[in-house]
Design a protein around this ligand. Structure first.
Ligand SMILES: CC(C)(COP(=O)(O)OP(=O)(O)OC[C@H]1O[C@@H](n2cnc3c(N)ncnc32)[C@H](O)[C@@H]1OP(=O)(O)O)[C@@H](O)C(=O)NCCC(=O)NCCS
Length: 184
């Protein structure tokens, strides 16, 4: 997986030693409340170990699950996901063919621009690797996530039922447009 750097952040693969951070982040309702069709917090540290293992074994030429750490002190602050997004339909859900970008950050590090900075780098990387469009979906109530979409230059397309069997706000970034390209 490609390591990425921004002014303040290093984006790298997850390591087994990161499990304490992952568990701390995903055991919080503040973080999980808008994630998944049926949001739930992690209840057991072994779930963090398994999540890291799944991220580490994910094999794709461009997509990935980046651990985001602060360059100045190497503190982990969150994660950026770039992955295929499933189309709505009968279970098991099938790939839509679109690529989704997502972000989960620890509440201790909200309000500093880290999510937008890291997401912007991943968006630029995805375009530099040949993707021509990337989507983001958020629940209507998740205004913090919609703020990240706006800050990285994604355009609101209205609401959609096309993905995850859910009604989501849809944001789109296309190659060659928007501030997401400034890192290319
Ligand atoms: C979504 C989420 C990542 C947004 O985090 P965030 O900290 O609000 O977003 P950013 O990192 O882009 O930071 C932007 C904020 O930092 C502020 N900021 C402070 N210093 C900054 C700097 N140097 N540069 C840029 N922004 C800065 C901005 O003004 C903005 O504050 P505002 O929202 O009060 O206007 C976070 O709420 C989260 O992890 N939520 C839980 C998981 C989740 O729901 N993920 C999305 C699922 S769809």
């Amino acid at each position: 997986m490609q390591i990425l750097m921004t002014d303040r952040l290093l984006l790298r693969p997850w390591e087994p030693e990161d499990a304490d951070f992952v568990y701390d982040m995903y055991s919080r309702w503040d973080v999980q409340q808008f994630i998944g069709l049926v949001p739930r917090v992690m209840k057991d540290r072994s779930e963090a170990d398994r999540l890291i293992e799944r991220c580490r074994s994910y094999d794709h030429p461009v997509h990935g699950f980046w651990a985001v750490q602060r360059a100045e002190d190497a503190h982990l602050v969150g994660t950026i996901l770039l992955k295929g997004i499933p189309a709505s339909g009968e279970a098991p859900l099938q790939p839509s063919g679109d690529t989704e970008i997502g972000w989960h950050f620890h509440p201790d590090y909200w309000g500093r621009g880290y999510a937008a900075e890291a997401a912007s780098a991943v968006l630029a990387y995805s375009f530099s690797e040949g993707l021509d469009r990337v989507v983001a979906v958020t629940s209507t109530e998740n205004t913090a996530s919609q703020g990240v979409c706006r800050r990285i230059g994604m355009e609101h397309q209205g609401s959609t039922k096309d993905y995850y069997n859910a009604t989501c706000e849809l944001y789109l970034a296309e190659a060659g447009t928007g501030p997401g390209n400034k890192y290319v």
